[in-house]
Design a protein around this ligand. Sequence first.
Ligand code: NAP
Length: 316
Amino acid sequence: MTRQEKVYDLVVLGGGPAGLTAAIYAARSLLSVLVVEQMLSGGQIATTEKVENYPGFPKGVGGMELGQLLEEQARNFGAEMVLSTIERVVATGDIKEIHTSEGIFRGRTLIVATGTRSRPLGVPGELELKGRGVSYCVTCDGSFFRDRTVMVVGGGDSALEEALVLTRFAAKVYIVHRRDELRATRILQERVKNNPKIELILNTVVKKINGRQAVDSVTLEDLAQNKQWDIEVDGIFLYVGMVPNTEFLNDGVLRNEYGYLVTDEGMATNLPGVFAAGDVREKGLRQVVTAVADGAVAAVSAVRYLDEITHREGNQ
Ligand code: NAP
């Protein structure tokens, strides 16, 4: 039977830490499990050089390596993986249908663990110069800026962490943040303030990214003094937050005002048999450690849901 003909006990959307942990727990409970991933196992952490705050790795662990280990562990328990782009999901019926670039997959339960993606800044020049100096990924593009001047936009953990990585390549790194206070954790703030290659520009927003063939400068506006000026840079990395990947889901699934999926403690959404785990879910702390915890809880909830259905069917 092909994957497209089979009805899996569980289909997991997304092969990041949440999705792969769900697959580990569900496959270990002997469910048939298919994980649909569109890029790389590990999800966002695969583009993070080092994960420093995941317990059990006192020296940190490479993001790509952690992703591969999670995938190996899921496969060892029998989970199947497929690489394809999710186009549309119909999650309302007893059998959930996942329409993808590789055909339709079906599951009796569904765990949505599709995470988030970078939010665009929405300024002139951003789209036009994307890939020619405008980037959303230091791990992917940082090494192109050896001995150059670059700018990072944002004041959260991602912006500061990636600015620090950039100092290994670049001669100078500006961090531009719209408020006078950074959002990132204290330890990152300390490291940034102590790094001689980094210059913080606070209370300032990006108005425009300039360049013809490639980025050559950025127009900034100082919000306190209401003045604009240009800074010459060779590249600009945008880390102004994330948006959840939920567009492909049918309308009936409850989302909050920002599009994050709303679940209960058991990771259940409002639709029977549909669970959510990791960054895509409305929650207070988006970390690998909370993503894997969500994945485990969601898988156990899916197992219980299937048990209840089997029990009910047996009593009919
Ligand atoms: P974030 O925490 O939402 O920070 C986004 C930053 O961009 C904020 O400083 C925000 O400013 C700024 N911003 C948003 N819209 C903007 C706009 N239009 N113009 C200018 N600036 C704008 O996002 P993140 O840093 O990507 O982190 C996402 C999640 O992953 C967080 O929960 C974070 O803790 C977690 N994370 C953790 C680690 C780690 O633990 N090592 C590493 C990376 C990410 P304001 O501060 O003014 O809102």
